[in-house]
Design a protein around this ligand. Structure first.
Ligand code: ADP
Ligand code: MG
Ligand code: MG
Length: 888
């Protein structure tokens, strides 16, 4: 026979902390605390399997459940001497929901269940405190009607407020027993009126009503949404906890509170919490009365004149401190506790691992490792890599005032203040004057790269989390709010309309990319701190990690940031970014629009010294670390002049007519540029481009080796290869240039030629491609696009729908699609190694900075991951965690 109900109380429990799946987190930990001998009111947990049964059987219960619940109530009676509905010593219980992972959105707890017109009198007699008894009864009617019978709580609030106003009181605690009786009568009338049925007087009926409400709440809209957002399966189900009440509202020697064993925002090892005298649990959270500090130290720090628990109930406080220590040691983690003090006696009502900020998580992990409570490896495993993002950018001081003028998507974290500009040119201008700019655009395009670089932050009114602005900003580590649809940008008049206020160019705003807010004016900031606890965890992580971590970087600034964050090389240097600056773009356009090879070579000759200078600087910064440089990849039309002014400019340089130029531009138009004339296809049509780039790289390598004494081994990467012959063709050109430069310089240069694996065909033919390629770098952005046949730039509209309808669990552009794209990566890695056992394997798509994808990379045995500089610490930690525990 299935066991549906588990009891706890009186130093014993049928379940334990290990039964979280069956009993839910709350039930499992109540059982554990009981078994530890801590003061926990007795009770029982109806398992989550009953929830599954309930839904599989048309919302009914297993046959034996009623009997089991009866027996469990008998267990409570044996411990407390109380029975549900008894007219002398009535039992009151709480009914609480609880699934495996704590889950807002589910049913609220019902307290004081078991009260009716008769038991309330018994409670009044027994406690000698009629005020307390009727206060509890009205609380019960309020909660039960709201939570179980679905009556909006505002109807009760109105009655209560009117009553208080008539009596001239402003706090609930001032009401007498008779006042509460009056309120209760009004409540009951209201219920009859609204629901056409009286408030249930039978405690059994009340109990089963509450149990049913908990199970039903598993499928309410809020809970379903929450589960979907957090990838929690429906099959888990919720458990129901029924527990004898203890009363924090029995007068001045009673209280209720919540506490953390360490400070959850700073991590400081100090008990931190709040409580209320003469109150029940929900009062603390509801915020109707302001809670008081638990410790004297916290009270003094807060400058509060309301006494601490330590001061007014020293004995209960001392016991609570001891319990809190014990629980932290037992669970070996910071705990979040709920407690109630009834007439001076302490009762524990909940414990769980406490939520904490990233900063607190680091401090707690480091200190617990140093205290010997956990190992260093565990400390490394305890930090959620993604949470480090909070610490890698300046953030708004939590104490600062925020005047929000618009909201959008939190596209790239961090905060920045600056003057509004509406064009990339203005952003650059401001930067050159040493001023700070916020680039405000309807949306951005590749031509805005220089402006985005120059700006402190980016704000767009259109576009999603994977829009150009969002992706580029994340790559640059710049704060970005995208898709702030309530704002209106007027380029012509250079104004930004925000909530009825018109802001002009030059006005100051602040962007909070972490939460997607646009704020008026300057706001105080906190600077990132990479030393201390952060540094220690990173050091421990580096000791545990197998994969190397490189950065995707092309500018000197990015390269320096990458190194300061611990990057061990550059995994992707995108050379196209080097063509957008100032006069380069004109030379570039000249090259693209040239009619023949000779024209192209003339333009390329102008670009060569600029490219070489860029690479020299990059190599010098990287000081001997590996640098992977990708040859020109994007479709040429991205560089083309668009405005009449731009066309005229290029026409003048090239000495051709505007009309002729426009014809050339039109001829380069492509229907589907993403699948068009790009990647190695450019190098095959125009080998002189690849040759110029190769020359710039090799000459720079020679120069940087001289200046630093640490020779760089350049890794030249050919993009978008699908055919072995494509790579052979381009590689032959690169090798020829290498031989030339070596002859000219009179020395040998070590270098590697490899390819991106970003087309399914390349993955499938990896064994053959590896004969020519000395390394593979998985370009998982394009590989995801080409495997799914989904354009990344157009995906956000329907992928969100896919997620909402449960077709896909996660955006495959954010976290690698292990089953499909991942299978291709795995296949290519195996085939590549079969041909060339020492082939270097890495990943350079956005996935290289995503912790779940990094786990996958470890599993496949890649040599390194490469990600944007600001994600390097996250990747270092995730790689260490992946080394320690394989995914799954
Ligand atoms: P949540 O999951 O929202 O924290 P809980 O089930 O923990 O909900 O309960 C809400 C409040 O009710 C808490 O403050 C808790 O301490 C209090 N509470 C729950 N059960 C009891 C009980 N048996 N006696 C007294 N207070 C209780
Ligand atoms: Mg709780
Ligand atoms: Mg690509």
């Amino acid at each position: 026979m299935e066991k549906w109900v588990y009891t706890f109380g009186d130093g014993k429990a049928e379940g334990s902390a290990g039964d979280r799946d069956l009993l839910g987190g709350k039930g499992a930990n109540l059982a554990e605390m009981c078994a530890l001998g801590l003061p926990v009111p007795p009770g029982f947990t109806i398992t989550s399997q009953v929830c599954s049964w309930y839904y599989e059987n048309g919302r009914s219960y297993p046959a034996s459940l009623e009997k089991d619940v009866e027996a469990a109530l008998g267990h409570i009676a044996a411990v407390t001497g109380r029975k549900l509905g008894d007219n002398a010593r009535p039992l009151l219980v709480s009914v609480r929901s609880g699934s495996r992972a704590s889950m807002p959105g589910m049913m609220d707890t019902v307290l004081n269940l078991g009260l009716n017109d008769e038991t309330v009198e018994a409670i009044a007699r027994e406690s000698g405190d009629a005020r307390f008894a009727y206060d509890s009864y009205r609380r019960f009617i309020q909660m039960y009607s709201d939570v179980v019978m679905g009556l909006d709580h505002s109807v009760f609030e109105e009655i209560l407020e009117d009553t208080k106003a008539n009596l001239g009181h402003d706090v609930d605690t001032a009401l007498t027993a008779d006042d509460w009786k009056g309120v209760i009568a009004l409540y009951k009338e209201k219920i009859e009126e609204e629901l056409e049925a009286p408030f249930p007087q039978d405690p059994q009926q009340q109990l089963w009503g509450a149990i049913g409400a908990v199970f039903s709440s598993w499928m309410n809209a809020r809970a379903v949404t929450y589960r979907r957002l957090h990838n929690m399966p429906e099959s888990w189900g919720t458990a129901v906890n029924v527990q004898a009440m203890v009363f924090g509202n029995m007068g001045d020697r009673s209280a209720t509170g919540v506490a953390f064993t360490r400070n959850p925002s700073t991590g400081e090892k100090k008990l931190y919490g709040e409580f209320l005298v003469n109150a029940q649990g929900e009062d603390v959270v509801a915020g109707i009365r302001t809670p008081q500090n638990i410790t004297e130290e916290a009270r003094l720090a807060a400058g509060s004149d309301r006494p601490s628990l330590e001061k007014i109930m020293p004995e209960a406080f001392a016991e609570f401190c001891a319990v809190s220590d014990r629980l932290e040691k037992h669970y070996r983690d910071m705990q979040d506790l709920e407690f109630t003090i009834e007439n001076g006696k302490l009762w524990m009502l909940q414990t769980r691992s406490g939520k904490r900020t990233a900063k607190a998580a680091l401090k707690i992990a480091v200190e617990m490792a140093e205290e010997g409570l956990i190992s260093r490896e565990e400390a490394v495993l305890r930090i959620e890599p993604g949470s480090l993002d909070q610490l890698l950018h300046p953030t708004i001081d939590p104490r600062a005032q925020r005047e929000v003028i618009g909201t959008g998507l939190p596209a790239s974290p961090g905060a920045a203040t600056g003057e509004i500009v509406f064009s990339s040119e203005d952003a650059e201008q401001l930067k050159s004057e040493g001023r700070k700019a916020i680039l405000v655009r309807i949306e951005t395009s590749p031509e805005d790269i220089h402006g985005m670089h120059a700006a402190e932050a980016i704000l767009t009114t259109r576009g999603g989390m994977t829009s150009h602005a969002a992706v580029v900003a994340r790559g640059m580590g710049k704060p970005c709010v995208s898709g702030a649809g309530s704002l209106r940008v007027d380029y012509r008049n250079e104004t930004l309309l925000a909530m009825g206020v018109t802001l002009k160019k030059g006005d100051i705003i602040t962007i909070d990319g972490g939460i997607g807010q646009v704020l008026k004016g300057a706001v105080p900031m906190l600077q990132p701190e990479l030393s201390g606890d952060f540094g220690k965890i990173m050091e421990w992580a580096d000791g545990a990690r197998r994969m190397k971590v490189r950065a995707n970087a092309e500018t000197p600034n990015d390269a320096r940031t990458a190194r300061s964050f611990g990057a061990e090389g550059i995994g992707l240097c995108r050379t196209e970014h080097m063509f957008f600056d100032g006069e380069r773009i004109i030379a570039m356009r000249e090259m693209i629009l040239a009619e023949n090879e000779k024209g192209r070579r003339t333009a390329l000759d102008k670009l060569l010294p600029m490219q070489r200078a860029d690479f020299v600087e990059l190599f010098e910064i990287m000081n001997g670390l590996p640098v992977t440089i990708r040859l020109l990849d994007p479709p040429l039309h991205e560089f083309l002049p668009k405005t009449d002014e731009e066309i005229a400019e290029v026409a003048a340089v090239m000495n051709v007519g505007v009309e002729k130029l426009r014809e050339r531009t039109d001829a380069l138009h492509e229907f589907n540029p993403m699948l068009g004339h790009r990647g190695c296809r450019l190098a095959i049509s125009y080998p002189e481009i690849a040759e110029m780039q190769a020359r710039a790289i090799f000459e720079a390598a020679v120069e940087a080796a001289k200046s630093t004494g640490a020779p760089v081994v350049p890794e030249i990467m050919v993009p978008l290869v699908g055919l072995r012959a494509e790579l052979d063709f381009v590689k032959a050109r690169i090798d020829a240039v290498a031989a030339e430069v070596m002859r000219e310089a009179g020395l040998t240069i070590d270098y590697l030629v490899g390819t991106m694996i970003e087309l399914p065909r390349a993955a499938v033919r990896a064994n053959s491609i590896a004969e020519a390629a000395e390394f593979f770098s998985f370009g998982t952005n394009d590989l995801t696009q080409t495997t799914f046949g989904i354009s990344r730039d157009d995906a956000s509209s329907f992928l969100t729908t896919y997620q909402a309808k449960g077709i896909i669990a996660q955006d495959p552009f954010v976290s690698i699609d292990v089953d499909g794209v991942g299978e291709l990566v795995r296949l290519a890695a195996e085939k590549g190694r079969a041909t060339r056992p020492d082939i270097k394997l890495g990943i350079c798509g956005e996935h290289g900075g995503d912790p779940a994808s990094i786990h996958f990379c470890e599993e496949v045995g890649l040599d390194y991951v490469s990600c944007s500089p600001f994600r390097v610490p996250i990747a270092r930690l995730a790689a260490a965690q992946a080394s320690a525990k394989p995914a799954g």
